[in-house]
Write a protein that binds this ligand. Structure first.
Ligand SMILES: [Zn+2]
Length: 262
């Protein structure tokens, strides 16, 4: 029975690892998608900046055209004086005022143009930086993706090795015990076995196992199960020889001492 119990412990270890590996493999595509998130954020930020830069360039161009049109209008205005179209002093005063006003307006357009040029330059710089961020994030993502997808091979290898090992363990195991194990495994979240701690507690359900049962579990001559969660129990405390009983009971103590020196 001791050997079968050892086999069951090995089997549970294998099965839990198989479960873990299958879960890891299942999650790899999700992890790749999660790793893609920073890249998508960087790309979105870059796209926004690109649009802002394009808007700033368009505004600048429109302002430059506005300025050119205005300069042309001032030119025409000044031509009037040159061509002698202005006859009276009153007309001349009005003309000067008009030119003054047009120049003032031109100054305003130039100021606006400077602001737009500054804005465009700033956006251009930001866009270049965002572009570099996209490249760096893309590199990190590609590396992470390669690592994750590359790990599938190692997981598959370990899965195959464990399946082989499982077959060997199962072949050596008592068939009825295997059935019990499988039944428990299916209904106990993959854990058919539970260790008993040195405090005498079932590690799965925290039940305080009866001292007599703990004793039997240590001896391992027959299969013992937890009275609460029904899992097969095995000793997970310290090596039997050095286990002190936590409850000093007058009658049980000498028996316990004899037990541990065996
Ligand atoms: Zn239990």
């Amino acid at each position: 029975m001791k050997d079968d119990l050892q086999r069951l412990i090995a089997l549970q270890e294998i099965d839990l690892r198989l479960q873990e590996l299958a879960e890891r493999k299942r999650r790899i595509p999700e992890m790749v998608e999660a790793a893609r998130q920073p890249l998508q954020s960087a790309q979105a930020a870059r796209d926004t900046l690109k649009k802002e830069f394009e808007t700033a360039s368009k505004d600048r161009k429109a302002c430059e055209q506005d300025l050119a049109a205005h300069e042309q209008a001032i030119g025409k205005l000044q031509d009037r004086a040159v061509k002698g179209e202005i006859k009276t002093n009153k007309e001349y005063q009005a003309h000067l005022f008009e030119v003054e006003l047009a120049k003032k307006k031109k100054g305003e357009i130039e100021e606006r143009l400077l602001l737009l040029m500054d804005l465009g330059d700033g956006k251009k710089k930001d866009l270049a930086q965002a572009e570099r961020a996209v490249q760096a994030t893309d590199q990190r993502f590609t590396a992470e993706k390669n690592t994750l997808e590359g790990s599938v091979g190692a997981v598959d290898e370990e899965l195959a090795a464990l399946k082989g090992k499982r077959e060997t363990v199962v072949a050596a195991l008592n068939p009825s015990l295997l059935r019990t194990y499988e039944k428990l495994r299916a209904t106990r979240k993959g854990q058919a076995l539970a260790g008993v701690t040195k405090e005498g507690t079932c590690m799965a359900c925290r039940l305080h196992v009866q001292p007599q049962v703990v004793m039997e579990v240590k001896r391992a001559t027959a299969i013992q199960t937890c009275s609460q969660c029904h899992r097969i129990l095995y000793w997970a405390g310290e090596p039997v020889q050095i286990v002190p009983e936590p409850e000093p009971q007058a009658v049980a103590e000498p028996e316990e001492a004899a037990e541990t020196t065996e």
